[in-house]
Design a binder for this molecule. Structure first.
Ligand code: UDP
Ligand code: MG
Length: 332
């Protein structure tokens, strides 16, 4: 096969994946060398507590096309993926999980669509193996909800597994928000997008990290707050609904007083229930405002998205994040 001149980057966030990295490398190499591609594999060690960093270093020794970044601590999948995309140098970049749930054998189909002119080729899960009933149901509900309350169109049955063209990557690098939901940010960017079906395999080794509600809830909240004001509007809507009900109730009470029998109206319990109901609506509304406010606070602080402790093979001019705009006091 003819040698292609474009560079293909494979980016994989890594958190406690010592058991899968060798297999990941072997399969990526087999697929991409087999297709005659020029490629690099960028592994982002997201503060792993196992030997992942050493394995990345060894792989880099063995094959300099393997590059690596180690964070100073765990920053989470979205940030690790962001760093990988920041430092990848490819003309096309494929973001994938490290655990081989997204099979490298799909890359050629993605690359074919990219060469046919698409800027984003996302993986559509035709089937999912080795996942719990709970995960599948909550995922389905979550995407239905997102679909309803946001204006962006997140394709159904997709994860973060996708190929992106250089101009999409550059657009992403200009998006500095802290609460990152890449699955929504990429559709927001636009350009020409298309899906490629694949079978999501069972994890190769190690444990899945996104299993508990405690882990998934913050992710869901980030997704919703990043792309929708609907929760904020909910307070207004509820307010109007309750106001309407109250007007009817007031009229009813007055009429019963004037026309009805001279017996006391329904007792204290009704009052108590009404007060408790209103109180809870107010607290929930405050909580919703708090969710947005906290995120605004995070943005305003403007801290760096991630901190790098060590890197392998990236010293020749890493691209990194776009620098924040220079202030009037800047020296250059
Ligand atoms: N991951 C990460 N940081 C974290 C948790 C996970 O970089 O804090 C990586 C992990 O190493 C894997 C990918 O994110 O490559 C997906 O994680 P996992 O397989 O646990 O999630 P699931 O497939 O269950 O959604
Ligand atoms: Mg997985």
């Amino acid at each position: 096969m003819a040698k292609n001149r474009e560079l293909i980057s494979i980016v994989a966030p890594v958190y406690n994946e010592e058991g899968v990295l060798d297999a990941l490398y072997e399969r990526v190499r087999a697929v991409l060398d087999g297709a005659g591609e020029e490629w690099e594999l960028v592994l982002v060690n997201d503060g792993s507590r196992d030997r992942s960093a050493e394995v990345i270093a060894q792989l880099h020794e063995r094959d300099p096309r393997v590059k690596g970044i180690s964070f100073s601590r765990n920053f989470g999948f979205q940030i690790a993926a962001t760093a990988g995309l920041d430092y990848a140098r490819g003309d096309a970049v494929i973001l994938t999980d490290a655990d081989l749930q997204d099979p490298p054998e799909v890359y050629p189909a993605m690359l074919a669509q990219w060469r046919a002119g698409y800027d984003v080729v996302y993986g559509v899960r035709a089937s999912r193996q080795g996942e719990t009933w709970f995960k599948l149901t909550t995922a389905k509900l979550f995407y239905r909800l997102i679909h309803r309350i946001t204006s962006i169109n997140i394709p159904l049955d997709t994860g973060d597994f996708r190929l992106m063209d250089r101009r999409v990557i550059n657009s992403l690098r200009g998006m500095n928000e802290r609460n990152r939901f890449l699955r929504g940010m990429v559709p927001w960017i636009g350009f020409r997008q298309i899906g490629v079906e694949y079978n999501r395999e069972a994890r190769y080794a190690g444990e899945a990290k996104f299993t508990s509600v405690k882990k998934m809830l913050p992710f869901a909240l980030d997704a919703i707050t990043s792309f929708s004001y609907f929760p904020l509007q909910l307070a207004t809507i509820l307010g109007f609904v309750i106001a309407a009900i109250s007007v009817v109730a007031i009229l009813a009470v007055v009429l019963v007083r004037l026309l009805g029998p001279h017996e006391p109206l329904l007792g204290q319990a009704t009052t108590l229930v009404a007060v408790l109901f209103l109180g809870s609506v107010q607290l929930i509304s405050l909580g919703i405002i708090g969710e947005y406010l906290g995120r605004i606070y995070d943005e305003v602080k403007g801290r760096p998205l991630y901190l790098i402790q060590e890197s392998w093979g990236l010293e020749e001019g890493p691209l990194g994040r776009f620098a924040p705009p220079m202030g009037p006091n800047s020296t250059d």
